[in-house]
Design a protein around this ligand. Structure first.
Ligand code: ATP
Length: 345
């Protein structure tokens, strides 16, 4: 069994009247790529800063590798934080930037150089050691910040929206690189993001935050396919909630349900869709959006409510798609894809 890298117990943080963190209990395992996901203001950055030691909890405690560090200063904790703006020293070379943390810790010069070069190689920046930050691209600067974080081999690496400043293509590339790097070095990564796709792509487990509380902790598949609350269902992916009368007439059941857009097939209304094990609902296409590889349908259901359906454009061209606006359709999906969403607490 793996050990626990970070343990948060009854963690609470208030700023005057504002409750930033409203009582969080959480365990992050050794070697895990762990994301804290939530909308702006949900408290995830404050939790990260509490782990780093930049903030002191109002109540509760922080343990790192079994040691209570609640009263310790940031430099006394075996963690390193990578900020969104990278915080590189502009007057130092890349190599000096990376070696700096070791210099502070009085590591001899020769060893500093060897370790700095190794860290630069890990982030695929060999040969860039002599440049200054201004001579690098955004993605390269990001990698320098990572090398600087890795060089001291912290037990836990804390990353606060580190890819937020990069454009979409580069961000997607860095997501995969960061995940590969984490696997290679085996250090626990705690990654803050408000981007659900980013969290789903990279994480071993995700904690979903809402109003200073944890809504759910689980693997990407658990979070996506078995959301524990209506908030998780709507924040991670398209919620597609079926409630009340709509749930009763389509599913024959009460309570709140959801079905993910890619699980739904869009057929002509006249199509016979009584395949065993399938749910079916008729409606009118309110909106249809051609997205190249897929098409997104917004369908107003006769039973009430609206569902989004996503179809692969296997045979469909952009012209076909336009003709669907206002059309009558039948939606169908296998019942095993109906998600039961626990009602709001
Ligand atoms: P974002 O994605 O926008 O960074 P977040 O989920 O990380 O949001 P936090 O930054 O943790 O959220 O903030 C949680 C709440 O605490 C917010 O209402 C914020 O305004 C408040 N807050 C955070 N830091 C402080 C502070 N130093 N002083 C006062 N209020 C603060």
């Amino acid at each position: 069994m793996r050990g626990i890298a970070v343990r948060l117990q009854g963690l609470r943080k208030t700023f005057g009247e504002t409750v930033a963190v409203a009582g969080v209990d959480l365990e992050i395992r050794d070697g895990e790529f762990f994301s804290m996901l939530g909308p702006s203001g949900s408290g995830k950055t404050t939790v990260l800063r509490l782990i780093a030691g930049f903030e002191t909890p109002t109540e509760g405690g922080v343990e790192l590798a079994g040691q209570d560090v609640t009263g310790l200063a940031p430099f006394e904790r075996d963690v390193h934080t990578v900020f969104q703006d990278y915080a590189l020293f502009p007057h130092m070379t890349v190599e000096q930037n990376v070696a700096y943390a070791l210099k502070v810790r009085k590591v001899p010069k020769a060893e500093r150089l060897v370790r700095a070069r190794k860290a630069l190689a890990e982030v695929r920046l060999d040969g860039y050691g002599g440049r200054r930050p201004a001579q690098l691209s955004g993605g390269q600067r990001q990698r320098v910040a990572l090398a600087r974080a890795l060089v001291g081999r912290p037990r836990v690496l804390l990353l606060d929206e580190p890819l937020g400043a990069l454009d979409l293509k580069l961000r997607e590339q860095m997501q995969l690189e960061l995940k590969a790097l984490q696997r290679e070095v085996g250090i626990t990564f705690v990654f803050v993001t408000h981007d659900q796709e980013e969290a789903l792509t990279m994480s071993d487990r995700i904690a979903v935050f809402h109003q200073g509380r944890l809504e759910q902790v689980g693997t990407p598949a658990e979070i996506y396919e078995r959301p524990a609350t209506a908030f998780v269902a709507s924040f991670v992916g398209t919620s597609n909630l079926l409630q009340g009368q709509s749930a009763r007439s389509i599913l024959g059941t009460d309570g709140t349900h959801s079905v993910r857009p890619e699980k739904i097939r869009v057929l002509k209304e006249s199509a016979v869709a009584d395949e065993p094990g399938h749910a079916t609902a008729t409606g009118t296409v309110a909106e249809v959006v051609y997205l190249g590889d897929t098409t997104r349908f917004l369908v107003d259901l006769d039973a009430g409510g609206r569902l989004t359906a996503l179809q692969q454009n296997l045979e469909t061209s952009a012209e076909d798609v336009a003709a669907y606006r206002g059309a009558r359709v039948r939606l169908t999906w296998h019942r095993r894809h109906t998600i039961q969403v626990p009602d709001a607490r």
